[in-house]
Design a protein around this ligand. Structure first.
Ligand code: 5GP
Ligand code: MN
Length: 318
């Protein structure tokens, strides 16, 4: 982590990126480091491959996030990434090397491909926000209310509200520090989880209707086609904080929950969740994805029927 801090300290123009379909931890950890570095006088550009979900639009610094389309190559000393398990997750239109001569990769996914020049991966950290917090400490940046808000949202969302098995005593100690810095957990949870669109909730309804259960594979899953988004009047961003896939994990006797959702023509986004007996990061990495033991994902090329076959053969072959 000292090398991480030194690498950031010795760069002037830094490019950061969220990951595809950015979640609370991608946005919170990346913006916390970006805002902290700006306070030290660095020029920091934050790019995103996909729009930031409405649920996170209240976060400080979110208005500075650019689309990758508006980022020119060769303008930076360093590309610094938090929460991106592989280079493709950034959704950058050009190889990252073309943007800067040096790449920093800080993450908590065990499946991280270890790309880049300075790499720090800590799979024990419940969220990349924990690593962003350590970075700020080493940089000597005071975590005030704005930074605490970014870090708290990363930590709270990636631990499922401190419920997932990834939650450690350190996660709770950090949360306590963020509360001391002025965070009101009730207010944050209302902002993140209780501003959903009618379309988003109707999408959840359609997903619940699509439930398929395979007791022989200990699997329960949902399928959402392109038409589902149109029918519900929902966008991909609407789906982010509803946690659709988690509903399938609630079933007794089910070990693995999945969501297959159409993500444009010929692409299906697979989300996987496990209660612990099955390592879904390992399953996802067999089809080019990755993640954590209990929460992982991948993009499958093909239509929904093909993706469903891939899912069933992954489970049947484990
Ligand atoms: P979700 O299902 O919520 O999109 O993602 C669950 C977890 O898997 C997250 O930690 C996320 O970063 C990771 N993940 C999701 N999709 C991919 C993917 O295509 N590639 C990799 N490497 N990780 C993914
Ligand atoms: Mn993430």
């Amino acid at each position: 982590m000292k090398e991480v801090a030194n690498t950031l300290r010795s760069a002037k123009r830094i490019l950061m990126s969220l990951h595809r379909q950015p979640d609370g931890d991608s946005i919170g950890s990346t913006l916390a480091v970006a805002v902290g570095l700006r306070r030290l006088g660095c020029q920091v550009t934050v790019a995103s491959p996909d729009p930031v979900p409405h649920a996170y639009d209240f976060l400080p610094g979110v208005e500075t996030i650019l689309s990758w389309r508006d980022v020119a190559v060769g303008q930076f000393d360093l590309v610094a990434l938090y929460d991106c398990a592989d280079e493709r997750r950034t959704g950058a239109p050009r190889p990252l090397r073309e943007y800067a001569p040096k790449i920093l990769n800080v993450d908590h996914h065990a499946t991280n491909s270890r790309f880049g020049d300075v790499v720090f991966v800590d799979p024990v950290a419940a969220a990349s926000a924990e690593l962003a917090n350590r970075t700020l400490e080493l940089l000597g940046v005071t975590v005030d209310r704005d930074l605490a808000l970014l870090l708290y949202v990363g930590l709270e969302t990636d631990t499922g509200g401190f419920r997932y098995a990834s939650t450690t005593p350190e996660s709770h100690r950090l949360a306590a520090r963020f509360l001391d810095a002025g965070i009101d957990p009730g207010e944050v949870s209302e902002l993140v989880y209780e501003r959903q669109s009618v379309g988003g909730l109707r999408l959840l309804g359609l997903a619940l209707d699509s439930l398929r259960v395979r007791p022989d594979l200990s699997l329960a899953y949902f399928v959402l086609g392109d038409d589902a988004f149109a029918e519900a009047g929902a966008t991909a961003q609407d789906a982010e904080t509803i946690g659709i896939v988690d509903y399938a994990r609630r079933l007794e006797g089910i070990e693995v929950a999945a969501l297959l959702r159409s993500d444009g023509p010929g692409e299906v986004k697979l989300s996987l969740r496990s209660k612990g007996q099955v390592n879904v990061a390992e399953l996802a990495s067999r089809v080019g994805g990755g993640g954590h033991e209990r929460a992982a994902g991948a993009t499958i090329m093909g239509d929904l029927a093909k993706a469903e076959e891939v899912l069933l053969s992954l489970l049947a072959g484990r």
